[in-house]
Design a protein around this ligand. Structure first.
Ligand code: FE2
Length: 253
């Protein structure tokens, strides 16, 4: 069911009741952010981001639009991709004030520290095209306060989507993954918190994920070895103007 451990339910490691109770707050927070802060191209948190960019060469279908219509609200955002797992330099954004319970709850996660933290949502029929991340092992929680959003990892060999179960999930984001279309008019969301897992969570993943090479079994994230990632993800360190130009170059979906 879990496609060789490429996604793993981590509900037993987190305060699920507390997470479920945040459902109303997160819905209201998203609605308030759209109303108060507007939807635009800024990646640094002063606005709700209009698009969720993913690199062309990491797409499963290379002809799919580069930018999905999913929207993101950054609650904490470091300025470089290679620092997304670190607390140092990841400043809370103004919009984090709209999610006080969630910001508190995240501190209870089994992470030694956390960096990037954001909400990904849609209410206009968007989906996330199948794509993969650039780094084989990344430590983060993918979370949902309800079970509405349909997210999956994709087995290329059998062309099968393996849908997530539960509220708290880790997946190997170097495996192709995506999410189904949101029904138009229905607000759906997920939350991602990047950080460094506690030894207990690392051990659990090491025991269950059968996709590791021997080298990857060291469970050391590869950020430090992938210095070019900051060049690959210019959006994170771009000003709104620069990002606007990038959006124009990539073409809107
Ligand atoms: Fe992704």
């Amino acid at each position: 069911m879990d496609f060789e451990g490429r996604w793993l339910k981590l509900d037993d490691f987190v305060d699920i009741d507390g997470l479920r109770q945040l459902d109303d707050e997160v819905r209201a927070g998203i609605e308030r952010c759209m109303e108060k802060h507007g939807v635009g191209d800024s990646m640094m948190g002063s606005k709700v981001n209009r698009f969720f960019p993913s690199l062309p060469d990491l797409r499963y279908d290379k002809s799919a639009p580069v930018l999905s219509k999913l929207k993101t609200i950054n609650l904490k955002m470091p300025r470089a991709y290679t620092r997304i797992h670190l607390a140092d330099g990841a400043e809370p954004t103004e919009m984090a004030r709209e999610f006080p319970g969630l910001v508190r709850w995240v501190e209870s996660l089994p992470l030694l520290q956390h960096g990037r933290f954001f909400v990904i949502f849609d209410h206009e029929g968007a989906h996330e095209p199948i794509h993969r991340g650039p780094v084989p092992y990344q430590e983060f929680f993918w979370l949902r306060t309800n079970l509405d959003k349909q997210f999956f990892v994709f087995d290329e060999t059998t062309q099968t989507k393996h849908y997530f179960e539960g509220h708290a999930v880790w997946f190997d984001q170097h495996t192709y993954h995506g999410c189904d279309e949101t029904p138009v008019g229905e607000l759906q969301w997920s939350i991602r918190v990047d950080g460094q897992f506690t030894p207990e969570v690392r051990k659990y993943i090491a025991e269950h994920f059968r996709g590791w090479t021997d080298e990857q079994r060291t469970l050391v994230p590869r950020y430090e070895q992938a210095r070019d990632l900051d060049d690959l993800y210019p959006a994170l360190s771009s000003t709104p103007d620069e990002l606007g130009k990038m959006v124009q170059t990539m073409g809107e979906p």
